[in-house]
Ligand binder design. Structure first.
Ligand code: HEC
Length: 425
């Protein structure tokens, strides 16, 4: 998440004392530190000095105007009315959204707050949620004008707005975006910018290469980007990028979910290109199980699917996808000469947050490595999201139906295209 964590905030007063202890004459500074510690204990935790840096670092990516969070947490006046809710949300670990079980894997975009961050926010609220001295405030964190990619190299928009009705169920809609690129493009960073955010359940942007003519139904085209609430732009490490071959179109597939108000949507895709051709091509692959038959009332229905990599690949990220009955999900990998390893475990899957988990360190998977995905479903009446516990559930596009997909991104030798990586059961 390098893109979004550009600036490290000035540390809060309390913590600034500690490095002195180690770096300078111990006794003199120990005395200073103790005095500072006592003063701290007496004065309340304040918004400007203590809470705001955490909000900037951890919350404003979503809680600012125009983004996914329902209210901005930028100024004191905006934040103060939410103080109690903030305390509850961080103490219960409902916010920021993050679902990877700490047992397994390390992720570059891990949003988990440190204990210190939780304690500071909670203490700020317990101390009366005071503003404090505005001179203690970190500089206002600056964000791009729109979206999260500053001055993109390309911004492609749906050709015309789509009218989303107030109610009903819509089939997936597909829109062609002509690129007009006069050569190959290596995409270093990409962001889907939803138009009518509330009416959009998810967006998938496919790269339809020259000669491909599909307009509906499943496709084997590579995905450039996936958006769902909580998604942020993806930026690949230098030297790795998505390829849009010359002459390709983008096809934007959108699942609209009406919410009681007729609205118009015009979603766009922003991209930043790599300056030079990349030595690795990023491909999005998937393991999926189409043959789903989840019995009515079943609370722990397990589905497993696995595939073998036909070529060497560097595993970059994981993105599990299920619908309302999704309960848990897990990826494991088996490499030659090593015991199977759990890469990601989500013990409490949450349909409303479709997140991508980016490995802190890419993992080299040699040709022949086996990657496996397991999903669990709760089709019982105890699942509060279950739209109907009395039916057998099958694969389908709508949220009342189910899916079982384990997406994963790999970086490969650019000589390979996606077809040479298609993973089968
Ligand atoms: C990835 C985006 C994202 C991040 C990061 C995020 N939020 Fe949220 N937040 C949301 C969205 C969307 C909602 C509304 C839906 C919901 O409640 O799940 C929400 C709801 C809330 C609510 C009100 C509802 C409730 O459950 O109490 C609070 C309070 C809140 N967030 C606080 C925070 C704080 C504090 C942080 C940072 C420590 C944070 N959020 C980080 C997206 C985010």
């Amino acid at each position: 998440m390098r893109l979004l964590e550009g600036r490290v905030n000035r540390p809060a007063g309390r913590r600034a004392v500690i490095p002195l202890l180690y770096s300078e004459g111990v006794w003199r500074f120990l005395f200073v530190a103790m005095c500072a510690g006592q003063m701290q204990a007496a004065s309340p935790v304040t918004f400007y000095r203590d809470a705001l840096p955490i909000l900037q670092r951890r919350c404003q990516e979503c809680h600012r105007p125009g983004e996914a969070g329902p209210m901005p947490l930028v100024t004191y006046n905006q934040t103060r009315p939410w103080a109690k809710a903030i305390r509850a949300a961080v103490v219960n670990r409902r916010m920021p959204p993050w679902f990877a079980d700490p047992c397994c894997g390390k992720f570059a975009n891990d949003r988990t707050l440190s204990k210190d961050e939780v304690d500071t926010l909670a203490q700020w609220v317990e101390d009366g949620a005071v503003a404090g001295d505005v001179n203690d405030a970190p500089r206002l964190r600056s964000w791009p004008e729109k979206g999260n990619i500053e001055s993109p190299d390309a911004l492609l928009e749906m050709p015309r707005p789509f009218a989303v009705p107030a109610k009903g169920e819509l089939e997936y809609q597909r829109f062609k975006l002509a690129t007009g690129f006069n050569g190959d493009r290596w995409v270093q960073a990409v962001e889907v910018r939803p138009g009518a955010r509330r009416a959009i359940h998810h967006v998938v942007v496919y790269i339809r290469e020259p000669g491909e003519t599909w307009t509906k139904g499943p496709t084997t085209s590579d995905m450039l980007a996936v958006y769902a609430p909580g998604s942020l732009p993806v930026e690949w490490t230098r030297g790795m990028a998505k390829l849009i071959p010359k002459g390709s179109d983008l096809v934007m597939e959108i699942h609209y979910t009406p919410y009681g108000r007729a609205v118009e949507d015009r979603t766009s895709v922003a991209m930043r290109f790599a300056k030079t051709p990349s030595s690795k091509r990023v491909l999005s692959l998937q393991l999926h199980k189409l043959a789903l038959a989840i019995p009515p009332g079943e609370s722990d229905y397990r589905v497993n699917v696995w595939g073998t990599l036909p070529n060497d690949a560097l595993l970059l990220s994981l993105f599990p996808h299920m619908h309302l009955r999704g309960k848990a999900f897990e990826y494991t990998v088996s490499r030659e000469g090593a015991p199977p390893e759990t890469l990601l475990r989500i013990s409490r899957y949450n349909f409303h947050w479709q997140l991508s988990y980016r490995l802190a360190q890419p993992i080299l998977l040699k040709k022949g490595s086996r990657i496996s995905a397991t999903a669990w479903y709760d089709n019982s009446a105890n699942n509060p999201l279950n739209p109907d516990p009395k039916i057998e559930v099958h694969w389908g596009e709508q949220s009342r139906e189910e899916m079982m997909v384990g997406f994963f991104d790999v970086a490969v030798d650019p000589a390979f295209d996606r077809k040479s990586f298609f993973v089968r059961e």
